[in-house]
Design a protein around this ligand. Structure first.
Ligand code: ZN
Length: 347
């Protein structure tokens, strides 16, 4: 037992050293995703909304264009052949098969036969998915809803053919954050994981691996929100009993960084910690999911942070984690069992 514990400690320390080395001049505790970088330099902004299909080099844009109007028309879709997205279908498990699918689709798109609904979604580039969310959020903020894909035909189609979400969203359970409404999207479009404080433990990571890997949604959004009670609780420093206390533990590193970087107090500290906590969740996901690291590395999945203002409804996009490349490089070589065990212990 002692030996096992010692070995685990050595592994963790070794990993920390690796991450430290990868981050070169950025001294940070193991759990610190982006202290100075996030504070002094805003994370790279998400690609402009005007370039939905202009992204990943060497990848097909053909099918993206088919969805660039932001609307999915189930009626134009032929029924996917034998694609029910059931658990037995593991072709998407590591994302590589999908990469190949995507790369070969220009030829398929040139044929007269219309693409199936599932194929259209399968080919959606992350930036095109992001554009749909940005446009939908503008409608939410302005009150000009379109409520796309919310009718009974859509329900029937998705129930029959299988769900085809174009985005996975990890966000808080706060009831002022109705995700499909915030992005003005419909049935079968947004694969949502909700947990107080949008923390990323093993269950959340597993659900995300399913959404990105199996359901083939190529954009992952980790979204915090203003006035988050879970983050405020972590900022308060009060002793919190029960399972909520364990949950808040995941947020504390973000609070520590917010204090260090801003010297803020009260509501300002909570606001800073909310952003840091988004980075913390991205960090925890990459740390505990070699599968996600591989999908990010290959370009199959794009991960962006966001914060929603619950008063205005507006989503502020934070872009990719400032240290993403270094984190992926450091964590993707780990075996899933080790990463999962560590994740279980931290949640
Ligand atoms: Zn919250």
């Amino acid at each position: 037992m002692a030996l096992k514990t010692a070995w685990k400690l050595i592994s963790v320390v070794g990993l920390a050293v690796t991450v430290q080395a990868a981050m070169a001049s950025s001294p940070a505790p193991e759990h610190a995703p982006a202290p100075k970088v996030a504070a002094s330099k805003p994370a790279p902004a998400a690609k402009p909304a005007s370039t939905p299909g202009a992204k990943p080099a060497g990848k097909s844009e053909t099918k993206t264009d088919a969805k660039s109007d932001g609307k999915t028309d189930p009626k134009s879709a032929s029924k996917p052949a034998n694609d029910d997205h059931g658990p037995a279908d593991d072709a998407h498990a590591d994302g590589h098969a999908d990469e190949q699918d995507v790369k070969t689709e220009p030829q398929a798109a040139a044929k007269p036969a219309p693409a199936s609904h599932a194929d259209v979604v399968k080919a959606m580039e992350p930036d095109a998915a992001l554009k749909l969310l940005q446009e939908g959020n503008e409608r939410w903020v302005s009150g000009k809803f379109e409520n796309p894909n919310t009718n009974s035909e859509r329900r029937t189609q998705q129930a029959t053919d299988g769900q085809t979400p174009f985005v996975t969203v990890l966000t808080c359970a706060d009831s002022r954050l109705p995700v499909e409404r915030v992005f003005d999207r419909g049935v079968g479009e947004v694969f949502v994981i909700r947990v107080a404080g949008n923390v990323a433990g093993p269950h959340e990571a597993g659900t995300i691996e399913y959404g990105a890997g199996h359901l083939n949604s190529r954009l992952l959004v980790v979204m915090g929100h203003s006035k988050c009670g879970a983050v405020a609780a972590a900022c308060s420093g009060a002793k919190i009993e029960g399972n909520v206390g364990a949950l808040v533990e995941n947020i504390k590193p973000a609070v520590d960084r917010a204090k260090t970087n801003t010297n803020a107090e009260g509501a300002a500290l909570t606001a800073a910690a909310i952003k840091e906590n988004v980075w913390q969740s991205v960090f925890d996901l990459l740390r505990t999911s070699p599968e996600l690291c591989k999908m990010v590395k290959s370009g199959h999945v794009k991960v962006v942070g966001a914060v929603c203002d619950v008063a205005t409804g507006k989503v502020e996009w934070m872009g990719e984690h400032p240290w993403q490349d270094a984190l992926v490089q450091a964590f993707m070589g780990r075996d899933t069992a080790t990463a999962s065990a560590e994740s279980s212990g931290s949640h």
